[in-house]
Design a protein around this ligand. Structure first.
Ligand SMILES: [Zn+2]
Length: 79
């Protein structure tokens, strides 16, 4: 395999070959050598857990004025 004009140094031609260590690309013109990754790394976006815990607890779910009013009947019929 050959990559034309891909050398970062001299814009020469890179030949891609592999040896016992793996793949590499080497410039024919200047001898630039660059090891290649066996597989291109695909960066996966980190799946961050979006925890939206918007739980508002408290402040009486029964509404305002918790006290039930007991109507006093203090009226004593005075004789
Ligand atoms: Zn080169």
């Amino acid at each position: 395999m050959l990559r034309l004009k891909s050398c970062p140094k001299c814009r020469g031609d890179l030949i891609i070959d592999r040896d016992m260590y793996g793949w590499y690309e080497q410039c024919i013109q200047c001898g630039y050598l660059h090891p290649l990754e066996p597989l291109p790394k695909i960066e996966q976006p980190a799946m961050e857990e979006h925890k939206k815990e918007l739980v508002k607890v408290g402040a009486g779910a029964s509404g305002r004025g918790g006290r039930p009013r007991t109507p006093r009947s203090n009226k004593h019929d005075e004789d």
